[in-house]
Design a binder for this molecule. Structure first.
Ligand SMILES: C[S@@+](CC[C@H](N)C(=O)[O-])C[C@H]1O[C@@H](n2cnc3c(N)ncnc32)[C@H](O)[C@@H]1O
Length: 306
């Protein structure tokens, strides 16, 4: 298995590929591969590839191609399928594939929403043939609904012991924590002023969308500028309004307790959720909600939908 080395602080060589390391992904030109991961995550990814030695990989989220080339170099899988919501091809990645003659091994599918389970499943089956998936890296939307949808589509297609990695699962929670901290450090006047700005902005959006839920959150924040109301207002307008991705992590932990033959192990670090597939045959119509018991709804999870 190839290794990797830093040429300087922001430039990485992985086997035959060179790329910028830019987790905010703002630098470089269209000729540059860019990997949008901090160094600790690149190391975690390399270690996982060395452990699993995958022959068939699915990757969700191509962005500027760096992770595809890095994974291809580190693991040299027979079949590497990568999905991306955006339509535009990544020129630097096409050049890498042509230069390395990897056309038969790397399959790029642009314009595919990870939440479109039928397309994700059909394209995966088309490229992998009968080979089960050994490893999935999901670094795409980081939203509860689409992440859960592609998990349910791909998980039954994995081999027992295969690993499914969901990156950046905690971003909404970290954001809420940071927001809460900075808000609580303000004095009462500054807090009221910041709350009023957020409330005005939210109210304008509520009026534009005729959305009473947003309007209620704005009014509550204006009436009481507490940290709880600030976080509620932020959540109400965000794309993660229905559920944060961390809810999926909690569901998966419950699955280890209830159906370990399906979800054998879950390891959670601040950066990712690492799921080990159990040994059960899993039907392609798999839905997590169908295998988790209610538990008297002790934990109010959004289990009955995506
Ligand atoms: C964090 S970037 C991926 C970075 C890449 N894996 C790397 O390490 O360099 C997330 C990518 O996922 C894509 N994305 C966002 N939502 C998606 C969805 N619903 N389905 C598929 N891809 C999506 C974005 O367009 C973006 O290119």
């Amino acid at each position: 298995m190839a290794g990797y080395e830093y040429l300087d602080e922001n430039r990485l060589r992985v086997g035959r590929a060179e790329m910028l390391v830019d987790w905010l992904a703002r630098g470089g030109s269209v000729d540059d591969l860019v990997i949008m991961k901090p160094p600790a995550l690149i190391e975690q990814m390399a270690r996982t590839l060395a452990e699993v030695e995958p022959r068939t990989i699915v990757e969700l989220g191509i962005h500027r191609g760096g992770s595809v080339a890095a994974i291809a170099e580190l693991a040299q899988p027979d079949c590497h399928i990568a999905f991306e919501l955006a339509d535009g091809r990544v020129q630097a990645l096409d050049a890498y594939i042509a230069d390395t003659g990897s056309e038969d091994r790397i399959h790029l599918e642009y314009g595919v929403d990870q939440g479109d389970t039928l397309r994700v499943a059909a394209l995966t089956d088309e490229h992998r043939g009968p080979a089960p998936i050994d490893l999935v890296f999901d670094d795409a939307s980081h939203l509860y609904g689409p992440t859960k949808a592609s998990f349910e589509a791909l998980y039954p297609r994995m081999r027992p012991g295969g690993r499914f990695i969901i990156e950046d699962w905690a971003w909404t929670d970290s954001l809420a924590t940071a927001m809460t901290q900075s808000f609580s450090e303000l004095d009462a006047d500054a807090r009221a002023s910041r709350a009023a700005t957020v409330a005005d902005d939210l109210r304008a959006l509520a009026d534009e969308r005729e959305d009473t839920r947003l309007a209620d959150a704005a009014d509550a924040l204006r009436a009481e500028p507490t940290t709880d109301n600030l976080v509620r207002a932020a959540r109400a307008r965000a794309p993660f309004a229905e559920a944060p991705l961390s809810a999926l992590g909690i569901e998966l932990l419950l699955a280890v307790a209830e159906v370990p033959d399906i979800v054998a192990q879950v390891t959670i670090t601040p950066d990712w959720i690492d799921i080990v597939r159990g040994s059960a045959d899993i039907d392609h119509s798999f839905r997590l909600a169908d295998v988790l018991a209610d538990h008297g709804a002790v934990i109010p999870l959004p289990r009955n939908g995506r």
